[in-house]
Design a protein around this ligand. Sequence first.
Ligand code: HEM
Length: 269
Amino acid sequence: MPKLPSPPLPKALRPAPRRPGEPDEKQATTPIEVAADAGISVVDWIDERTSLSGGIRWMMFRKVPRGINWFYTLGSATMFAFLNQAVTGVFLAMYYRPDAAGGAYESVRYLTDQAFLGQLVRAMHKWGASVMIILIFMHMARVFFFGAYKYPRELTWIIGVVLLILTMAMGFTGYLLPFDQRSYWATIVGVNINGTGPFLGPYLSDFLRAGPEFGATTLSRFYAIHMMLIPGLIAALIGAHLYLVSKLGISAPPWIKAQEEPELRQTTL
Ligand code: HEM
């Protein structure tokens, strides 16, 4: 296997140590140099104890096949959309109250009309959800049409399918949270549709409602699923997905043919 070129990062991080008694010529003098040195020392300090830079280099400095194009950025774009949801969601949770007796609706109204930048953050979360769904489908379509799900990437695809289901479950559980008329009735319809599924359907709708009736605990259940259970699962599965992407390497586009090595060509049987 050809050796990977060494990335520029570690060299900059590890200047040759000064020998004992040697004058310290490179000693930082200006405040900017001192600040830069401090940063390098902190990163070095952590790396000496954890060796994390090896893992980061393994993940970031990979060879990619010839011919890859913009369609290969869709997975990273989906991840960026997820990060946007996570960050904006934390700020929304600082104001949101999962109280079915009017508190939830009021807290969202306060957040939208009064809280500093609340409307912006809420809109980023709401539009970001649609963006994430669109991107995940586009990423899946790229993987499908390029045949990138084939051996040895089947497990990457299977994890992707679970990520797709979880992402849609995020959309479904998040829709109830503003607790206005539209979200309330739409969720009742959605839960009833779930209930019509074969065998597991009735159990699933009971689980979602937190009982046989749509009640106050339904909202708490949706909130817990939306902000703790599924995001944790998605984060862990994205980690596994990216580990496999790094381990197996990215697949070449189907129209790129492997270069022929003349000396390997079989001439006699
Ligand atoms: C939260 C959702 C997802 C994230 C953040 C994500 C992220 C990524 C990233 C960053 C890559 C690297 C290459 C690229 O971007 O094309 C990738 C590759 C891949 N993804 Fe996803 N993905 C997600 C969902 C999915 C889904 C829904 C599927 C399919 C059902 C899928 C299947 C794959 C496969 C098979 C590869 C390997 C492609 C190759 O080697 O060319 N992913 N993913």
